[in-house]
Design a protein around this ligand. Structure first.
Ligand SMILES: Cc1cc2nc3c(=O)[nH]c(=O)nc-3n(C[C@H](O)[C@H](O)[C@H](O)COP(=O)(O)OP(=O)(O)OC[C@H]3O[C@@H](n4cnc5c(N)ncnc54)[C@H](O)[C@@H]3O)c2cc1C
Length: 394
């Protein structure tokens, strides 16, 4: 195990996708994770449809579809006036699957694709020699060890010390979010087909919300997203938002008034972006949350992580085969990932700035949606675009 072509740190969706495509390109790849698998991850549990083509390429689509506790076709939103506004797409828009289950399906897909895997393997440091990342130092089975590699993919999430070690991190308090989720039973009034996002107070503008993602019967994944700046201003702790929402709002009271928490409330930090930045250094590429890959309006990062893992693997495989893992060679990743993901990041950023900029603007958009011909059978992304073009003249 002392020398591999590529080591991928972190077997979440981004790392497992990277490991799969590296192995498929004939690269000798070692995927490592500090946890015992399957592991939990604080999340809303929604995986939107844009990830389905990667599931298909990895040969896990059928398993992922069967494991989903909900196949959702719609979105429900509300603003400060708490009027429910729903958008129904003609086809399923997202799977809702607890991350303990779906992340393990993706990880096993990477192993079937040819990647080697070690769990309980905690990377503590990158080996850096003459300006190049050359492997990892880790704790494994109680011992410190080094594994050398031609290059490394850093995919160990938003708290990645290895991304920081090479200067890749984002500390903008308007783009860094905090999120917390808990499973609740006894949640009332949900439409099982819809992801719900509620923005009932000015502190949730331009980016934050309470969510309810139905997971079967009266069980739902309920959570809060809030930017770092808004969290500090609110004077509340993350977990207080659940009870604040229940005790101070109409929809919150309906959803959580009789509900009981199942298990713990779990929270995590999310680094979001308006456009991808530089995620390459000599010998390494950072992907997913480690590369600040969450979009900045809804906080979605699962699909972006898997897309970025795939693109990083393709660039890295070429670079390793050509024996050139310089930042110049790897920076093709910035270009390709930007071409793939920046249009979506840009659109969500525009929604944040122009539609959810403040409570009155958002209520106006929701009222416009409800007046559309065919409502609620209108799809949300097209409605955002149409509204910005036709009403806001952007
Ligand atoms: C509360 C919350 C709700 C969210 N809801 C959604 C949602 O509904 N839909 C959506 O698309 N996105 C959501 N996101 C964002 C989404 O969870 C992330 O974007 C996604 O998990 C990124 O995947 P990743 O593989 O980059 O990182 P992660 O999923 O965080 O995986 C990183 C892996 O690295 C491992 N690791 C960490 N450190 C080390 C180390 N030193 N050595 C070895 N291994 C290590 C970890 O154990 C972990 O398995 C949410 C985030 C939060 C916090």
């Amino acid at each position: 195990m002392n020398k591999r072509e590529v080591i991928v740190i972190g077997s979440g969706p981004s790392g497992s996708s990277a490991a799969f495509y590296l192995a498929q390109a004939g690269i000798d790849v070692l995927l490592v994770d500090k946890e015992s698998w399957p592991r939990d991850k604080a999340c809303g549990d929604a995986q939107i449809f844009t990830v389905f083509p990667i599931y298909k390429e990895m040969g896990i689509f059928e398993e992922a579809a069967a494991a989903a506790v909900n196949h959702m076709t719609g979105f429900t939103f509300s603003g400060v006036d708490e009027v429910i506004t729903s958008y129904m797409a003609p086809e399923e828009f997202a799977f809702c699957t607890p991350r303990r289950i779906i992340d393990d399906i993706v990880r096993r897909g990477a192993l079937r694709g040819g990647a080697d895997f070690l769990e309980n393997f905690e990377v503590v440091d990158l080996i850096i020699e003459r300006g190049y990342v050359k492997g990892v130092r880790a704790v494994y089975e109680g011992k410190r060890l080094e594994v050398r590699a031609d290059a490394v993919i850093i995919a160990n999430g938003s708290h990645s010390m290895q991304a920081r070690q090479v200067g890749i991190f984002n500390e903008d308090p308007d783009l860094a979010w905090y999120g917390a989720r808990a499973y609740f039973d006894g949640v009332k009034g949900m439409d099982f087909r819809c992801i719900e996002e509620h923005l009932p107070h000015e502190m949730f503008y331009p980016a934050g919300y309470m969510w309810v993602f139905p997971e079967g019967g009266e069980v739902a994944n309920v959570g809060v997203f809030i930017t770092e700046r808004a969290l500090i201003k609110s004077g509340m702790r993350l977990e207080d938002f659940f009870w604040w929402w229940r005790d101070n709002t109409k929809i919150g009271k309906e959803r959580l008034g009789e509900a009981k928490v199942l298990g713990e409330i779990k929270g995590w930090k999310l680094p979001s972006c308006r456009q991808l930045g530089n995620n390459c250094v000599n010998g390494a590429i950072a992907v997913g949350d480690a590369g600040n890959g969450i979009e900045c309006f809804t906080g979605e990062g699962f699909n972006e992580g898997m897309q970025s893992g795939k693109i990083a693997a393709e660039v890295m495989a070429e670079a390793v085969k050509k024996h050139d893992v310089s930042v110049e060679a790897l920076s093709v990743y910035n270009k390709l990932a930007g071409e793939k993901l920046n249009p979506y990041y840009g659109m969500m950023s525009a929604v944040r700035d122009n539609i959810a900029s403040e409570p009155a603007a958002y209520s106006k958009f929701l009222a416009y949606s409800r007046a559309l011909p065919g409502y609620p059978n209108v799809e949300i992304i097209n409605t955002w675009i149409k509204y910005m073009k036709e009403e806001l003249k952007l």
